[in-house]
Design a protein around this ligand. Sequence first.
Ligand code: HPA
Length: 234
Amino acid sequence: MTPHIHANLGDFAKTVLMPGDPLRAKFIAENFLSDVHEVSHVRNMLAYTGNFQGKPVSVMGSGMGMASIGIYSWELFTHFDVDAIIRVGSCGAYTEELKLFDVLLAESAWSESSFANTQNGHKDPITLPSAALNQRLLTTANEINVPLYQGKIHSSDVFYRQEENAHERLYREHQVIAVEMESFALFHNAQVLGKQAACLLTVSDHLVTQQAASSEDRERAFTQMMQVALHSLR
Ligand code: HPA
């Protein structure tokens, strides 16, 4: 039991998949897993454990932003014996190299966030996922024929910026190809605690072309991303 997760040791599987939206976690549990049960619902941050093709896995919402995923990932790693967290989220594209609904594997996360510096004095604006977990996701994507785009992503603390077309500057100055709001903190926590983390994203909106996804297209891209995460389970 932790302040934000009311569950017992053993309730979570070793690997937890984390979408931002708790209702996404519920959808994943109901549509992709078998033998599922809910393990926590504090603040409606729904968490489930079940099986995918006989392999135990948990799925839990992270909420939006680094403050939120910072809390849940820390508690999962430190109190529930979780070894690996795979974020399964969405992102906005900063470059036309990326198309709507592409599936992206984060190679690194760049951020202006003070999260890592505040947490333990880490000053590098880049945090890294687990190389082993990334390799497993790449191998899996290859095996099931899902094209995976790789690159440095931007973890932003701010969704609504005053600066117009900030994406152009950020892409030019930092070579970040897409924006989301969680991975920098997730990777940092995993690194500090000697655990594994990775981040898969689908492109849900495009900052350059201003396109946004229809719900059917969103669903198809999301399913492809979930297949990579689930088939990578060992
Ligand atoms: N900004 C930040 N996070 C996001 C976006 C965005 O445009 N799209 C999906 N996650």
